[in-house]
Design a protein around this ligand. Structure first.
Ligand code: HEC
Length: 121
């Protein structure tokens, strides 16, 4: 029994890592790992399996404050919603406006700001 209750605590700890604030609705980190990580990497370092050298552009490194500070919050939201085409960037960045809700996109923007530890322009 002692061992089992120990697992309970570990499980709770894991849940709170993945769902830091249940109140904010869609877990941005989960969306990120599902939709974005194959290019931008699980931790946002632009090292996902699809970020191969043969690609003409590399995905934005979301952990780089100097790169991400060039973007306003609006730029980030536009890029996620409309993809590279909407922001005159590479079309390799797909649009997610039909896949994700506005709230989910806004939450992803906040998540990216956490990754880069930056506020943008
Ligand atoms: C198929 C690969 C791919 C996927 C999936 C992808 N991206 Fe990108 N993303 C890119 C590439 C490539 C760029 C760089 C475009 C450029 O610099 O021209 C980029 C750039 C960006 C930028 C910077 C845009 C700018 O104006 O500089 C943001 C923000 C971004 N992605 C967010 C996301 C988010 C959030 C997701 C998931 C919802 C996602 N991306 C999914 C490939 C991808």
């Amino acid at each position: 029994m002692k061992i089992l209750s120990g697992y309970g605590i570990i499980l709770l700890a894991c849940l709170s890592v993945f769902f830091p604030s249940a109140a904010s609705g869609a877990p941005a980190e989960e969306n990120y790992q599902f939709y974005c990580a194959q290019c931008h990497g699980l931790k946002g370092k632009a090292d996902g399996p699809n970020a191969v050298e043969s690609q003409p552009v590399s995905p934005r490194d979301h952990t780089s404050a100097s790169e991400m500070n060039k973007l306003t919050d609006e730029d980030i939201i536009n890029a996620i919603e409309g993809g590279g085409a909407a922001t005159s960037k590479s079309v390799l960045m797909p649009p997610f406006g039909k896949t994700l809700t506005k709230a989910e996109i806004a939450a992803l923007k906040d998540y990216l700001r956490k990754l880069c530890k930056c506020k943008g322009k």
